[in-house]
Design a protein. Sequence first.
Length: 336
Amino acid sequence: MLTAADQALVDGVLGESGANQRRAIAKAITLLESTRPEHRARADEVLNALLPASGGSLRLGISGVPGVGKSTFIEALGLFLIERGHRVAVLAVDPSSSISGGSILGDKTRMERLSVQPQAYIRPSPASGTLGGVAEKTRESMRVCEAAGYDVVIVETVGVGQSETAVAAMTDLFVLLQLPNAGDDLQTIKRGVTELADIVLVNKADLDADAATRAQAQITSTLRLVGRRGRAPNDGGQGAWQPAVLQASALAGVGLDEFWQAVERFRQTAGAGERLAARRHEQDQAWMWERIDAGLKARFREHPAVRAALPECIEQVRAGRMAASVAARRLLDLFH
């Protein structure tokens, strides 16, 4: 049951847009991201209260290698969409240091023009060791922004390469940014993040127009070679979607119209109606199992018998007197 303070927080998120709503969104996401046990029950109640008002946005995932211009492209796209009457939320995930655990969280600085727009909300979050290029609570944060009335929610991934596939499992449309002259046919054809893309955008095309055109043709041909596996529903008929390969220059503001036209075509074919509902239901189910896996791991580490036996098992493994697999099974046997 919601406390009076948490009900006020929910009301603030659902209220009129403005500074008060933005503060409420920030507080709600901070509560959801908290690792303190006493905040978990409160966060669950707040999320469930906001859930009925969520689901009305376009969820757009954007990935690409560091230096491809993700932040520049998102800022240009956000300003483009705001001019056309949209409200845009950006959930940007920053890499966390494997040594200190800290993150710079500099996306609001990089998106300086977008961050001051009243119809935009930018929330940087640390990856904190979560794999897949997104933060642990990105899905929850996305629901908060949707409940607040943002009709386009953009998830910007860390930018670590071919392993960034988690964002494709939480968004309606997945965009991969590529650079001209950034790789050969074998790089383009690699399984993983490339084959999940609904749109591949060759960014910074103004730096070398010939290279950008070659890259566009190369990516188009190789994507046809690997074929479409059904990330977007592909029934072989009118609902089929073949990945679009486009050029753009985010810095110059070139190619945004063509990109958004491709997004609208996707929504009209593979990303609308029952197809969209079915994909989101599957994503919610995957989200549930992901949280179960994370919860079981956390409870395993906190189990009294496991905590008591863990130091000795670690010592045995490090000394080479016990195989790691044997130690794992012994610890799992203690977890009831």
